[in-house]
Write a protein that binds this ligand. Structure first.
Ligand code: PAF
Length: 290
């Protein structure tokens, strides 16, 4: 496995493999089993797998954890070599944002994401999806893959990227992988590393609430607002600061309607200082979630 820090080096490598089908797995590093599963999926869809590791300043708000986000490049590379990635692209901020200086990124050319980016996480984290779309579009241009793989834990991100790809005519197939979970049900996330052991145990409550909503939907309940309110109350009583719990249509995140047969229940909540997100897809028997 080869590690590249500059676009020049990466392009030289990619030119040598021009005939191969390339998959890109974009990450911010601090990798866990969920990321490894993305690489494994990528290997099923391509001959050459490139993993990018870049903590993208443009997608963090002013008071978010950009500074403290764990940077663990050598441990990440060890894991990636084991799962069979072919190349790691870990650019500097200046490589990714050529006009950056000590005063800022000066990334005046950005991708305006679709309105879907203004709800849920986009409402709580203004500008987040501008940062995500801009860096993902840059990576798509840099790597020029035929396939790109994302995790469903970031469900809204997956939807936003799919729309960007369609509307900007990127000839890239977007593959989504199921969320990997701890035995407790907690969704694997780089941010779980911020949690104390006690908080890690408690964090399983988020997915447990989503699971309860799922069961209630399957038994026929359709008062979506009441279901979400109830889950929010439960979490709040256990010390969570809930940002949102919402029941939406899984194809485009529009609000669910009474006669729907498929749903995605999405949640974001803070445990202490750590913001966690999770979701669960629900389908009536014999109905396929898209
Ligand atoms: O999901 C992530 O880790 C990031 O948002 C991504 C897609 C790598 C863009 O920085």
């Amino acid at each position: 496995m080869q590690l590249f820090h500059t676009l020049g080096e990466l392009r030289q490598f990619l030119n040598q493999h021009a005939a191969q089908r390339i998959a890109l797995v974009p990450t911010m590093g601090n990798l866990h089993a969920g990321h490894c599963q993305l690489v494994t999926a990528a290997k099923r869809h391509a001959q050459l797998v490139v993993v990018s590791i870049f903590v993208n300043p443009l997608q963090f708000g002013a008071h978010e954890d950009f500074g403290s986000y764990p940077r663990t490049l050598s441990a990440d590379c060890e894991q990636l070599a084991k799962v069979g990635a072919d190349a790691v692209f870990a650019p500097s901020i200046n490589e990714m944002y050529p006009d950056a200086d000590a005063q800022g990124l000066h990334q005046t050319v950005t991708i305006q994401p679709p309105p879907l980016a203004d709800i849920l996480c986009g409402a709580s984290r203004p500008g987040h999806f501008v940062g995500v779309c801009t860096v993902v579009a840059k990576l798509f241009h840099m790597v020029n893959p035929q396939v790109a793989v994302f995790g469903k834990k970031d469900y809204q991100q997956w939807m936003v990227i799919r729309q960007m790809v369609r509307q900007l005519h990127f000839a890239i197939e977007i593959i989504a992988c199921e969320t990997q979970r701890e035995a407790s049900g907690l969704a694997m996330s780089s941010r779980n590393g911020y949690l104390t052991e006690a908080q890690k145990t408690q964090a399983a409550q988020l997915y447990a609430q989503l699971g309860d909503i799922r069961l209630t939907l399957l038994t026929g309940a359709r008062d979506y607002a009441a279901l979400c309110r109830q889950a929010m109350t439960q979490l709040t009583q256990h010390g969570w600061q809930v940002d949102y719990i919402e029941i939406r249509h899984p194809a485009d995140l529009r609000p669910s309607e009474r006669n729907d047969k498929t749903w995605v229940v999405l949640a974001a909540a803070k445990l202490g200082h750590t913001r966690l997100i999770d979701n669960i897809e629900v389908a009536l028997p014999f109905t396929q979630v898209e």
